[in-house]
Design a binder for this molecule. Structure first.
Ligand code: ADP
Length: 166
């Protein structure tokens, strides 16, 4: 069988248990999962590109996920897909609210590179309402993060907000 590599791109600001739920599902189906952390500075992320990459790597190590690799990219996604030789893009669908944007992106990527497919995964129900923004909001007000992020991210969020004097 051909070696099936899939790419999971995103901002991962920071990586959450919802992202990790998708990664764990993907690693059972595909030979290799590439978690691709986009620079996306225009989105004014809380964590720098380097921090987001580091946290994604630590989270994957924490869970001992063997066929998952973290890469960084700052280009058009399809150019990075070509470079990495992946056959499909993985994205997550939580609620209807994700649909418009994801649909638009999938069709645009197909126009740019027709041979690439976009595959959508749905997370476990407990992660349907989980987003990186929500996690940052909880962290900002000192809420309990254990159910939402891996330990390394919990520590990084606490450090980030206490450094900000909040
Ligand atoms: P982007 O800025 O590219 O949307 P994100 O890191 O916010 O990057 O999300 C990357 C992908 O992961 C998106 O397809 C998003 O829908 C999906 N995703 C985010 N959180 C969850 C979650 N809790 N469950 C399933 N998919 C998720």
């Amino acid at each position: 069988m051909k070696h099936k590599k899939i790419i999971y791109p995103g901002s991962f600001d920071p990586i959450t248990n919802g992202h990790l739920d998708l990664i764990k599902r993907a690693k059972e189906i595909f030979d290799e999962v590439i978690v691709a952390v986009a620079k996306r500075e225009e989105k004014r992320p809380l964590f720098s590109w380097e921090e987001r990459i580091k946290l994604a790597k630590e989270a994957i190590e924490e869970l001992n996920l063997k066929n998952v690799k973290v890469y960084a990219y700052d280009s058009l996604l399809i150019d990075f897909c070509k470079k990495m030789g992946v056959f499909a893009i993985l994205r997550g669908l939580r609620a209807v609210s994700d649909f418009d944007y994801e649909f638009q992106m999938a069709l645009t990527n197909r126009k740019l590179l027709p041979e690439i497919e976009t595959i959508f995964f749905v997370p476990s129900p407990e992660y349907i309402f989980l987003s990186a923004s929500l996690v940052k909001e909880i962290a900002k007000y000192g809420g309990c993060l254990k159910k939402f992020v891996p330990l390394c991210v919990e520590k990084a969020l606490k450090a980030k907000f206490s450094l900000c004097g909040e």
